[in-house]
Design a protein around this ligand. Structure first.
Ligand code: FAM
Length: 440
């Protein structure tokens, strides 16, 4: 079987030709228009970015290289561990996102070994991580850890050595795999420093990327390994316009290397309207339980509805609900719900989440603002982690950050392989828009 690099080497000239042909045949066709509302409203729905690794449909949800989540679960290689033949591995989704092809089990195993070889952190990065205050948010620590590793960038070195632009992809490839490999030990170190007095644990490289990561975190159960595989796969990519992917793409477009580019992505992910929502959801549920436990009242449809209105009336959002593009229940939510039915059907918090799912669309519809009253990915992930005793929810977004690199950096690889330009959309002032519209 071909290795990942061999597969990509064959694909690059074909893809370059395809893009050249697309521009020649259709370069001046119109893909859409931009209204004043869209310009003021954060560019929702404006079609202005090339993104190969995944595509989002408002009703159906995400497809990774054309495959839905259930199709990926059926087709992608899994890790055959003690829990049986369960969820696909992140190595498999990385291969799929980079190449568009379903890898064999042997190809995935080769990629696992390659990632382990690339995972060492420079001493100055571990020293920096160990010196950070435990009170610093884990996402800030995570981002700083990756930033410190930028000294290892092959792309930055190749560029300063004067590499020809047709060869950018080679050092980008090295950086993309290196960053993904290093994120797991950086994330584990942040976790152990913040919650376990800096006591570090070794991984187990006889396992896959996920299980090795779990061992470094201090988690040692086949059930949690399976959850981590599901988690790292489904959070990997959500087309290009979401803030973390877009930030990575934007920073990378300046020929900033993949380390710097993904630090940009992580910092976008750290916002509560984006990746931090998974932490917020757990916080919201804990606040809700604390309130009703203290009052000696049951958590049920009625009390959850009351609590939701309190949140909305306080001018806050319900975390884990709504989406900028989706208009139905997120399939990333649905597959986590199925995981819960399979592995933890009687879990108390899962039942709370499921009751929230029953009432919240009605509450948000009555509230009347949200374009999409249904749950997104973040609404479910925390409760699954919590079930296995992984309860430090301020840390949850770091796991999202380990995963999102897989998609965002696969696209960065293609950005460089296809020679995509600096991103630079046009901005306008209010005055300009007013004058322009009044003249029409
Ligand atoms: N609770 C209360 N109000 C909400 C809401 C929610 N969950 N979702 C949207 N709205 C409000 C929104 O704040 C806006 O109000 P204003 O007109 O007062 O500004 C109005 O409804 C229209 O917003 P929209 O068009 O439906 O959504 P946007 O495209 O502007 O924003 C989200 C999308 C995701 C930022 C928004 O739905 C939200 O804040 N959700 C809660 C936070 C969350 O779960 N984020 C995670 C999203 C996720 F999938 C991810 O990135 N990981």
């Amino acid at each position: 079987d071909a290795t990942l690099k061999e597969t990509l080497t064959v694909q690059i000239p074909q893809k370059q030709e395809e893009l050249k042909q697309l521009k020649a045949d259709h370069g001046s066709k119109v893909l859409g228009e931009v209204t004043v509302d869209q310009c003021i409203g954060g560019g929702r729905g404006v079609r202005c970015m090339l993104w190969e690794t995944s595509l989002l449909d408002a009703a159906e949800g995400i497809r990774f290289r054309g495959y839905t989540i259930p199709e990926c679960q059926e087709l992608l290689p899994t890790f055959k561990g003690p829990a049986g033949d369960g969820e696909p591995t992140p190595e498999a989704i990385l291969w799929l996102l980079l190449t568009g092809e379903i890898p064999t089990k042997e190809q995935c195993d080769g990629l696992t070994a390659e990632l382990f070889e690339r995972s060492a952190l420079p001493a100055h990065a571990t020293q920096l991580l160990d010196s950070l205050p435990k009170t610093m948010h884990p996402m800030t620590q995570f981002s700083l850890g990756l930033q410190a590793c930028q000294t290892e960038s092959n792309f930055a070195k190749a560029y300063s050595d004067g590499v020809h632009k047709t060869k950018y992809w080679e050092s980008t490839y090295e950086d993309v795999l290196d960053v993904i490999a290093k994120l797991a030990p950086i994330a584990a170190r942040v976790y152990r420093n913040t919650y376990f007095n800096g006591e570090q644990l070794k991984g187990d490289t006889s396992l896959d990327y996920s299980a090795n990561f779990c061992r470094m975190l201090g988690m040692d159960s086949p059930g949690f390994d399976e959850l981590m595989r599901l988690y790292l796969v489904i959070h990997s990519d959500h087309e290009g316009g979401n803030a973390s992917a877009h930030a990575t793409h934007l920073v990378g477009s300046t020929l900033s290397d993949p380390y710097n580019a993904y630090v940009g992505g992580l910092n976008a992910l750290a916002g509560p309207l984006h990746g931090l929502a998974n932490q917020e959801v757990l916080g919201w549920i804990q606040d809700l339980k604390a309130k009703f436990d203290a009052e000696g009242r049951e958590v049920n449809e009625k009390t959850i509805t009351e609590f939701a209105w309190e949140t909305l009336n306080a001018g806050k959002v319900i975390p884990g609900f709504g989406h900028a593009v989706l208009r139905k229940t997120d399939p990333r939510y649905t597959c986590q719900r199925e995981f819960a039915f399979k592995h933890l059907p009687d879990d108390e918090l899962f039942k709370v989440v499921d009751t929230i799912y029953k009432v919240m669309p009605g509450v948000l519809t009555e509230h009347g603002k949200t374009a999409n009253p249904y749950p997104n990915v973040d609404s479910h992930s925390g409760v699954l982690l919590w079930h296995y005793g992984f309860t430090q929810y301020e840390y949850y977004t770091v796991l999202f950050g380990v995963s999102r690199a897989i998609g965002a950096l696969s696209q960065v690889f293609w950005d460089r392989a296809l020679g995509l330009p600096l991103e630079r959309p046009k901005s306008l002032t209010t005055g300009f828009i007013k004058d322009f519209c009044e003249k029409q």
